[in-house]
Write a protein that binds this ligand. Sequence first.
Ligand SMILES: [Ca+2]
Ligand SMILES: [Ca+2]
Ligand SMILES: [Ca+2]
Ligand SMILES: [Ca+2]
Length: 409
Amino acid sequence: MKKLLLGVSMLVAIAATNTWAANKVTDAASLNFAIDAANVDSSIKKIVFAKNAQISLNSPVIYTGSQNLTLHGNRATIDGENAGSFTLDNELLASTDDGSLVFNTTGDITIEKLNIVNSATRGLVINIPEDAQGDDIQVTLDKVNIRDSALYGLHIDDNADEFDDGNIGSAIGIELYISHSSFIRNGIGAIDFDGIRVDERGQGDIHAIIINTHIDGNGGDGLELDEAGSGNVDATMKHVTLNDNGFYNAKDLDDGFDIDEAGEGDIEVSLFKVQANRNKDEGLDFDEADAGNVKVKLHRVLVMNTLDEGIKIDEQGAGNIDVKFSNVMVMDGGDDGIQITEQGKGRIEAELKKVSATHNDKYGVKIEQWFEKDEKKSVEKAGTLKVKKLTLSGNGSGDELQLHNIFVE
Ligand SMILES: [Ca+2]
Ligand SMILES: [Ca+2]
Ligand SMILES: [Ca+2]
Ligand SMILES: [Ca+2]
């Protein structure tokens, strides 16, 4: 069914409505038919599924059009158990081009009310062409549930490298909007596959806004935003859980929420009412490298039962760290509860208000500003820490603040 030719009269009928609505998607054949029609007719901008349709794929469904496309899922379920495959190399690293639903495009993709389950490879994939130019791609998911994928649940890929190494990517960035959705038990077929993974290279930022969403029980990280080259990572979350992730690879456990930023550019994170519990490595793990600052604002955030640090923020190269935590609890971690480390040129400004760090194996709160790590004498002006209602108790290395070149105001 994949290279189906459409009759002229059919194309005219589609063009008249710009919607693949007359024939709603009810099964794999009609889904392929609709996507193939959109691939050759840029006037098709919407595809509508029949209510609660159960769609069992035999191969990946691949969109290659350039227009913006909206899928109205109507609570349909796409089962990818028999669609695509991956191979493992000698080190058991998986590679594949497959996914249940794949978009090779710079067009904005909007998906509403759709379930994608049991994918043999990746659930939902957006591949950004290496020669993409112009505006950032917008990916908008509302009421989308992706569960039980062998590899990534959602993968947005602007990295030309097959294993997402290297620094070659397009000139554009990624805007990701997720609401009322879930990403559950993905990454359960090979090591290092996350609930949601965004790989951004070359120029361009990652902007992510995630609201009322569950990212739980994934084998790799719950959410990993991986940015290199010029560009920033901005992430805002409200009412989100990142629980029970990171268990698949016992030799290299993973986090609830992981950001890796390199090259020129900042990390800016704002979390409100977010839980990151029982993740196997860190709960929140933000690494900024090269030029650029880190700004993290947490309000009503709970992090517990990690095997490593609860909250870890690392900044390297020229640039500052600015953190404001209020109503934050970090408990029962296997290392420091909150660990903030600034290196190279730059300063820390930290504010902890109604923060508690209890029963962590090392320090409750460790904040260090280094010009060079482990320097004997500080050469920079001290950073500042403002504290109001801080609770430290039951921490393995003691319940004093652990600071380097930080002045408590
Ligand atoms: Ca890019
Ligand atoms: Ca960057
Ligand atoms: Ca940077
Ligand atoms: Ca620095």
